[in-house]
Design a protein around this ligand. Structure first.
Ligand SMILES: NC(=O)c1ccc[n+]([C@@H]2O[C@H](COP(=O)([O-])OP(=O)(O)OC[C@H]3O[C@@H](n4cnc5c(N)ncnc54)[C@H](OP(=O)(O)O)[C@@H]3O)[C@@H](O)[C@H]2O)c1
Length: 295
């Protein structure tokens, strides 16, 4: 018997309406600063109730109050060190109790992992792995249990261009490795959760936050990016809203890369300066195509 297609979800006729998050509940880790806060603002503006998870930035408490006032939604901050599996699980369950449901989870918290591997201690290595990789598993497990029970959900991971390219001149093999790991973890999860949730990845290039280009690499960042600057966090709001909303109901397992300018520049370098040009170009195009495919 031929395979029957799954039913198409309800899709609004109005494209603008499909971006609405009215009635939805979102959690954003690292929600009190940088990229995470802008994502929270975008979701609140689109009508979602938002829970901001923070660790050291207690200003998240006032930011949540500000979102309530500015956008007329419900918002609350929770202190959640994402490296603590028990607190992560309990906090996500608490959000479900406080807000009544969970539609969108953005695993965005992260930390840098600079330094030559030969000089790193075990503790430094484990810290980067804990914050950037283990935490995504803890969040996915707890959010996924709720998504599965509900029959719907949407999980978005903040990865990095460093999952795909090797930044220079800084050495951050540890950070790059964790971002590559969460990227493939999330792609794989998209398959595992295909019956009840969508999973997507955002890979920013350099954005002007505490984790953006360090002063000593600013010159290289400006030079390598075709647009000649770092991104402003507001320039990420659109892609996170797209992935969280019904505008992207046919998108799962995709990696949305916001560093095309870096690719172009690196491709140019490969084409003209590599002794094995063909091979490098094929690798770049292969990588590009695999990211645009669903799997
Ligand atoms: N900016 C860039 O150029 C860039 C490029 C590619 C990817 N990214 C990724 O974007 C994400 C957000 O970074 P950002 O640029 O917005 O920088 P940021 O403002 O420094 O944000 C990092 C966030 O991670 C949270 N965090 C760190 N360790 C934590 C822990 N143990 N428990 C809970 N939360 C923790 C921080 O929370 P507290 O402040 O409350 O401690 C902070 O809100 C990160 O995953 C980063 O790797 C950034």
């Amino acid at each position: 018997m031929p395979l029957q297609p799954k039913p198409t979800p309800q899709i609004p006729d109005s494209v603008l309406q499909s971006f609405s998050l009215k009635g939805k509940v979102a959690v954003i880790t690292g929600g009190g600063t940088g990229i995470g806060y802008q994502v929270a603002r975008a979701y609140a503006e689109a009508g979602a109730d938002v829970a901001l998870f923070y660790n050291s930035s207690s200003k998240a408490i006032d930011l949540a109050k500000g979102l309530e006032k500015e956008f007329g939604v419900k918002s609350k901050a929770y202190k959640v060190p994402v490296t603590d599996s028990k607190i992560v699980t309990e906090s996500i369950e608490q959000v479900e109790k406080d807000f009544g449901r969970l539609d969108i989870f953005v695993a965005n918290a992260g930390t840098g992992g600079g330094g030559p591997v030969t000089e790193m201690t075990d503790e430094q290595w484990h810290r980067v792995i804990d914050v950037n990789y283990n935490s995504v598993f803890y969040c996915a497990r707890a959010a996924g249990r709720i998504f599965k029970k509900q029959g719907y959900g949407n999980f978005i991971v903040t990865s990095s261009m460093s999952a795909h390219i090797v930044n220079r001149p800084i050495t951050q093999a540890t950070y790059n490795g964790t971002k590559a790991a969460v990227t493939h973890f999330a792609k794989s999860l998209a398959y595992e959760w295909k019956d009840f949730a969508r999973v997507n990845i955002v890979s920013p290039g350099f954005f002007d936050t505490d984790m953006g280009a360090a002063p000593e690499v600013l010159d290289v960042a400006f030079d390598t990016a075709v647009l000649g600057r770092q991104g402003n966090t507001k320039e990420l709001k659109g892609i996170y809203l797209y992935l969280a909303s019904d505008a992207s109901t046919f998108t799962t397992g995709s990696g949305e890369s916001l560093f095309a300018a870096f690719w172009i520049a690196l491709l140019f370098v490969c084409l003209f300066f590599s002794p094995i040009n063909g091979c490098h170009v094929a690798l770049f195009f292969g990588d590009l195509m695999s990211r645009n495919a669903e799997f």
